[in-house]
Design a protein around this ligand. Structure first.
Ligand SMILES: CSC[C@@H](O)[C@@H](O)C(=O)COP(=O)(O)O
Ligand SMILES: [Zn+2]
Length: 218
């Protein structure tokens, strides 16, 4: 596929995620691989309003995340994380979004260092078809030093990893192509929202039961 087609593909994904309001306050970044050897990829320019579609949304960078061509554009501040994902996985596209739900999950399970989902139909979106299939998302600290953050993300990635949560920051998720990366992102966000809602309901019913018992006791 030509670079122009890949650009359009990534711009279309960006529009779809923007329509979900997954880029608040210029947060988030996206990339798509262009060549394999050596690795080059298009990455979103830093600080842009990702809801807008322009000719300056992406720039080409090398495997280290350094611009591969003369440009006045600055690659995303988190390009180093994308570079690690391309180095360590078979990813063809990598997406990073900040949502309230992925932030809540990252904070709830930060001390455990990961969250594991099981018993959910949507786990099949990750190509896991076993009856008792499960998927684990590692959680790393949100280091202000972006090189350290990229290293922490890299060390959390193993062959089964499809995404990494950064504590109170967001998710970085990938797939072999743009379609798969978006599918994985949507599936993870579904699992996060489901988990938070179920936990809130349990909490609510727990409080109600507790209150009822107290009233009876009085
Ligand atoms: C404006 S808050 C978000 C940023 O600090 C960063 O985490 C982010 O996701 C976007 O950075 P960017 O450099 O535009 O790719
Ligand atoms: Zn971010």
């Amino acid at each position: 596929m030509t670079r122009e087609l890949r650009w359009t593909e990534l711009a279309d994904v960006k529009d779809e995620l923007a329509a979900r309001d997954w880029f608040p306050g210029t947060s988030g970044n996206l990339s798509i691989k262009i060549t394999d050897e050596p690795v080059t990829f298009l990455v979103s320019a830093s600080g842009k309003d990702k809801r807008k579609r322009t000719d300056e949304d992406f720039l080409l960078v090398d495997r280290h995340g350094i611009p591969a061509e003369e440009t006045h554009l600055k690659p995303s501040a988190e390009t180093g994380i994308h570079a690690q994902v391309y180095k360590l996985t078979d990813a063809g596209c990598c997406l990073h979004v900040h949502t309230i739900d992925n932030n809540i999950i990252s904070e709830m399970y930060a001390s455990e260092g990961s969250i594991t989902f099981r018993g959910q139909e949507l786990i099949k979106a990750f190509g896991i078809w076993e009856e008792d299939g499960e998927i684990t998302v590692p959680i790393v600290e949100n280091y202000a030093d972006l090189e350290q953050l990229a290293k922490a993300t890299a060390s959390a990635i193993n062959p089964d990893t499809r995404a990494v949560l950064i504590r109170n920051h967001g998710i970085t998720v990938w797939g072999r192509d743009a379609f798969e990366a978006k599918k994985h992102l949507e599936a993870f966000e579904f699992l996060f929202t489901y988990h938070i809602k179920l936990k809130s309901l349990n909490l609510f019913h727990g409080v109600k039961r507790y209150t009822a018992k107290k009233i009876i006791n009085f």
